[in-house]
Design a protein around this ligand. Sequence first.
Ligand code: MG
Length: 258
Amino acid sequence: MPSWMPCQKRALQEYRNDGDPEARNGKERVLLRTLILFDIDGTLVTGGPAKGAFRLALQKVYGTTGPIDGWEFSGKTDPQIARELLDVAGLTSEEIDDGLPVLWEVYLDELERRMESDPTRILPGVVQLLDGLDRHSDTGLGLLTGNVAKGAELKLGAVGLANRFSVGAFGSDNEMRNALPAVAVQRASEAWNVSFEPGQVVVVGDTARDVECGRHLGARTLGVATGRFRPEVLMEAGADVVVENLEDTERVLEVLLT
Ligand SMILES: [Mg+2]
């Protein structure tokens, strides 16, 4: 778990207090029953300088951006995007692998530098929804994103959301998005000392790839059409529920918690 993600959930604090008879006195142990995993881009936030920073980093480190204009980024992990672009540009996988550590360094420096003048923006309803979820002490919140972990921190930190999630799985954990839900669940299980069944997990995202990775785990999925994809596309990908956006807090809470 990245150090930037403080465990703020009341449930976690209470659980940790459980071994202390004083703390347990008169207090019911709160067990987490639901784990909700949020995508970042197009789901929680939009905009920001990531693509420009990524372009500059690719050019600086590899001398090419590959066919970056018009390339499909949605729902892919950062390393997957880099590999696809550089592969088309003719680099070998060894050449790609060799440059990746420096690529992330340059990208993250540039992302941070540009974020102040071109910050990400919170999508409508997100804060109200997170506030609503925070009132449910049996519900844990995590991230499930193709961003490298530090990139996720920068994008959410710019809008004050970085401390709203206790655990996460990132593009820096695995290049394949379908592998990420299991990573997030494993971290949540360790953080809260609870084993989550797939049916207790909900994946929230704006792309068919979010839906697919949730289904890969056997989780429930909520598609939210605030990215580039229409509700029909998310439905077709197999989302259990699709909403236009996260603005109807009561309805979204009901979907997530039942
Ligand atoms: Mg997204």
